[in-house]
Design a protein. Structure first.
Length: 235
């Protein structure tokens, strides 16, 4: 099992909060024009394509933004074939298990830049010139941060209990003291969840929910939603 330090917690939680804001932006690609991805909040990488993901390290100041922007880009352009939360239904490769290293990056970039055609039929359109490498690496960062198959299995029961506790606290005027230990527990769970790609940090239902818990009623509602969506995908 991989172990991570608390030094990356802030990045994980920031990414989780940003990510849920894009959770409903799911569109199809297939035979339609690829959808533009807003990468204005990420640094420009230049005209020459990099060979390795520049935002893989969760300590990188741009990691959280890359995961969030990548989620939006993935949902708009990739989810129809590769599945919501990158859980493929068999129509296309399950990208959760594409290694988070330079070899995996090479395969990803080739498909992203030139697409994929089989027997004269376009299975995947070319995204490279249309979306650019900032979008490519953001999507790559989001994809490789997906939890491994069954990574949440040991925690599903407890996360459901936490969700029930949050439901009871929803609407409570000052619930910060009751919420604090729940947030800490979910943060601890989040740091123990492994990725399928071998990337250092997973973005999961636990990290997303913990990111919202500041004690306000509105944020409690968002934390509950994050658990609902994440636990559904984990089934």
């Amino acid at each position: 099992m991989r172990h991570y330090t608390l030094g990356i917690v802030a990045g994980v939680l920031t990414s989780a909060a940003l990510l849920l804001s894009h959770s409903n932006e799911v569109k199809a690609h297939g035979d339609v024009v690829p959808q533009a991805v807003d990468t204005a909040d990420l640094p420009k990488l230049g005209k020459e394509w990099l060979e390795e993901n520049p935002w893989r390290d969760p300590k990188n100041e741009n990691w959280a933004k890359a995961v969030s922007i990548g989620a939006s880009g993935y949902n708009q352009n990739c989810a129809r074939c590769h599945g919501l939360e990158v859980i493929s239904g068999g129509l296309a490769p399950d990208l959760r298990f594409l290694e988070a290293d330079i070899d995996g990056d090479e395969w990803f970039l080739e498909r992203f830049k030139i697409g994929y055609t089989q027997n004269g039929i376009t299975k995947m359109p070319a995204f490279g010139e249309l979306l650019g490498q900032e979008a490519a690496w953001a999507i790559r960062t989001y994809v490789e941060s997906r939890p491994d198959e069954g990574a949440l299995d040991d925690y599903v029961g407890r996360l459901k209990e936490i969700k029930a506790e949050l439901l009871e606290l929803e609407g409570v005027a000052d619930a910060l003291e009751q919420i604090k230990p729940l947030r800490e527990e979910m943060t601890k769970i989040a740091l123990s969840v492994e990725t399928g790609s071998g990337a250092p940090v997973a973005d999961s239902a636990a990290s997303r929910s913990a990111a919202f818990l500041d004690g306000s009623p509105e944020q409690i509602k968002k934390a509950i939603e994050a658990l609902t969506v994440g636990l559904s995908a984990a089934k």
